[in-house]
Write a protein that binds this ligand. Structure first.
Ligand code: IPM
Ligand code: SF4
Length: 481
C-alpha cells in the first residue's frame, strides 16, 4: 500500500509579546464589548471610611449582599485620631464616618481591622503588609493612591464611590484598557537620593498630566535595586503624574517581602503562585506607547516649591522666577503658587524656613522611611522654631519602630511620636497646619489647603524632612550624612 506523506502541520505562531499590564488585564477580562470596554474581575478590594458610606447604602437599598466579603478588607484611616484612641473621636463628622463604617462592616460581614487593632493602618500600608496585595492580581479601593500596590506587579487603581458599590455587589468593574508607558531609571542612586526623589524627578519631567490615559511601568536598574518600600513610594505617586496606575515587575525582592505574610499563599500554593508570578514581567519586544528615560546619577535630593507635585526642583536650586516660565499659562500658575506659598523668586531653597515637619503618609510612612529619618535625627535636636511629628503608616510599623528604638530617637530629638493614620497628609482629622504655616512633609500632595486651610506644603523624602526639622529650614540631607 502506498503511503502518502502527511503534510507537516505548521507550528502555531508564537503569541505576541505582551506588557505586564496586558497580561494582568487579559487574565481578568470577563466580557469585552466591541468598543473595547471590558468587564474585569477584581481580586481584592480595600475599603475605608471616606468613600464607602453611600456604597453600602446603595447595597442596602437594593437588598444586595457583598459578593465576596473574604476578598475585602475594611478599616478607618483618614479620620482617626493620632494622639489618644481611648478618648474616642472628638470631632463629630469624623466620628460619624468611622461609626458608619463599623455599622456597615458588621451588617455586611466584611473583615474589619478595628481602631485598636495593630494591623490597622493607612489602607495602602496595611494591604501589602498583610500579603493581601499579590502579583498579577487586580486591586481597587475608593482612594486615588491605590496605585501604591502596583509595586507588587498588581494592577491597582483608585475608584469612585459608585464603583465601590459595583465591586462590593459584583466583584467586577467596567473599564477601558489603558495605554502602556515605560519609565526607565537606569544606573544606581547616589548617596542621599531615595525613591521619593526619583518619583518627584519623574513627575517634574512628565508633568501632572503627562501620564493621563496610561499605566506606567517603572523599570531599570535603580528601580530593581529598590526595596519594596521604595517601590511603593514610587508607585504611590503615579497618580500625581496623572497615570491610571503604576506597575513594577515582580522579582525576588517582591517574593521575599511576601513570603510568610498572613494572606500570602502557603506551602504548595506558594510554589504554584511563584511559577505564575515569574511569567508576569513584560515580554521582550512588548509594545509601549510611550517611553521616558532617566539616569539615576542625574537625580539629586528633590523638594517642591509650589502647589503642584510637578513643581519639584533639586534642593540646591532657588525659588523659580515666573519671568522665566516657559509659557504664559505657567507664568500665571507660578505667580499664583508663589503668592500662596509666600516665596520670593531667587531665594535659595535651603534658606526657606519651616514651621512644621510631618513624617508619615502612605507615601513615606513605612518602617524603612522611619529608619532613614531616624538615622539623620539620631543625636541631634529639632530646631526650636519647628514643631515636628512622626506618624507611622500602620500599627505594625509603629510596633516595629518601637522595637528598634526609633521612637526614642525621635522623642529625644524633640519629635512627637503619634498613633498610625493619614494624619496631616490631608488634615481630615485634628492634625493640620494653621494658615500661613510652612511644612516639610513626606506626603504626596501639596495642593492649596491640603494640610489645613492656608497651610504651605513642601514635599520631600523622609531623610530630607528630618534634615529640615534639625536645621529649621529646608535642607540638603547630604550635609547631614
Ligand atoms: C479621601 C480620599 C478619597 C482621597 C483620595 O482619593 O486620594 C485621599 O486619600 C487623598 O489622598 O486625597
Ligand atoms: S495618607 Fe494621604 S494620600 Fe495616603 S490615603 Fe491617606 S490621605 Fe490619601
Amino acid at each position: 500500500m502506498a503511503t502518502r506523506k502527511k503534510a507537516a502541520v505548521p507550528p502555531p505562531p508564537p503569541p505576541p509579546p505582551r506588557t505586564l499590564f496586558e497580561k494582568i488585564w487579559d487574565s481578568h477580562v470577563v466580557h469585552r464589548q466591541d468598543d473595547g470596554t471590558c468587564v474585569i474581575y477584581i481580586d481584592r478590594h480595600l475599603v475605608h471610611e471616606v468613600t464607602s458610606p453611600q456604597a453600602f447604602e446603595g447595597l442596602r437599598m437594593a437588598h444586595r449582599p457583598v459578593r465576596r466579603p473574604e476578598a475585602t478588607i475594611a478599616l478607618a484611616d483618614h479620620n482617626t485620631p493620632t494622639t489618644d484612641l481611648s478618648l474616642g473621636i472628638p470631632d463629630e463628622e469624623s466620628r460619624i464616618q468611622v461609626e458608619t463604617l463599623e455599622k456597615n462592616v458588621a451588617e455586611f460581614g466584611v473583615p474589619y481591622f478595628g481602631l485598636q487593632d495593630p494591623r490597622r493602618g493607612i489602607v495602602h500600608v496595611t494591604g501589602p503588609e498583610q500579603g493581601f496585595t499579590l502579583p498579577g492580581t487586580t486591586i481597587v479601593c475608593g482612594d486615588s493612591h491605590t496605585s501604591t500596590h502596583g509595586a507588587f506587579g498588581a494592577l491597582a487603581f483608585g475608584i469612585g464611590t459608585s464603583e465601590v458599590e459595583h465591586v462590593l455587589a459584583t466583584q467586577t468593574l467596567i473599564q477601558k484598557p489603558a495605554k502602556n508607558m515605560r519609565v526607565a531609571v537606569e544606573g544606581s542612586l547616589p548617596l542621599g537620593v531615595t525613591a521619593k526623589d526619583v518619583i518627584l524627578a519623574i513627575i517634574a519631567k512628565l508633568g501632572t498630566a503627562g501620564g493621563t490615559g496610561y499605566v506606567i511601568e517603572y523599570a531599570g536598574r535603580a528601580i530593581r535595586e529598590m526595596t519594596m518600600e521604595g517601590r511603593m513610594t514610587v508607585c504611590n505617586m503615579s497618580i500625581e503624574a496623572g497615570a491610571r496606575a503604576g506597575l513594577i515587575a515582580p522579582d525576588e525582592t517582591t517574593f521575599q517581602y511576601l513570603f510568610g505574610r498572613p494572606n500570602a499563599p502557603k506551602g504548595g500554593a506558594w510554589d504554584l503562585a511563584l511559577g505564575q508570578w515569574r511569567r508576569l514581567p513584560s515580554d521582550k519586544g512588548a509594545h509601549f506607547d510611550a517611553q521616558i528615560d532617566l539616569n539615576a546619577s542625574d537625580i539629586p535630593p528633590m523638594v517642591t516649591w509650589g502647589t503642584s507635585p510637578q513643581d519639584a526642583l533639586p534642593i540646591t536650586d532657588v525659588v523659580p522666577d515666573p519671568a522665566n516660565a516657559p509659557d504664559e499659562a505657567r507664568r500665571e500658575a507660578w505667580t499664583r503658587s508663589l503668592a500662596y506659598m509666600g516665596l520670593t523668586p531667587g531665594t535659595k531653597l535651603v534658606d526657606v524656613p519651616v514651621d512644621r515637619v510631618f513624617i508619615g503618609s502612605c507615601t513615606n510612612g513605612r518602617i524603612e522611611d522611619l529608619r532613614a529619618a531616624a538615622e539623620i535625627v539620631k543625636g541631634r535636636k529639632v530646631a526650636s522654631t519647628v514643631s515636628a511629628m512622626v506618624v507611622p503608616g500602620s500599627g505594625l510599623v509603629k510596633a516595629e519602630a518601637e522595637k528598634e528604638g526609633l521612637d526614642k530617637i525621635f522623642l529625644e530629638a524633640g519629635f512627637e511620636w503619634r498613633i498610625q493614620g493619614c494624619s496631616m497628609c490631608l488634615a481630615m482629622n485634628a492634625d493640620r497646619l494653621e494658615p500661613g504655616q510652612r511644612c516639610a512633609s513626606t506626603s504626596n500632595r501639596n495642593f492649596e489647603g491640603r494640610q489645613g486651610r492656608g497651610g504651605r506644603t513642601h514635599l520631600l523624602s523622609p531623610a530630607m524632612a528630618a534634615a529640615a526639622a534639625i536645621k529649621g529650614t529646608l535642607a540638603d540631607v547630604r550635609d547631614f550624612q
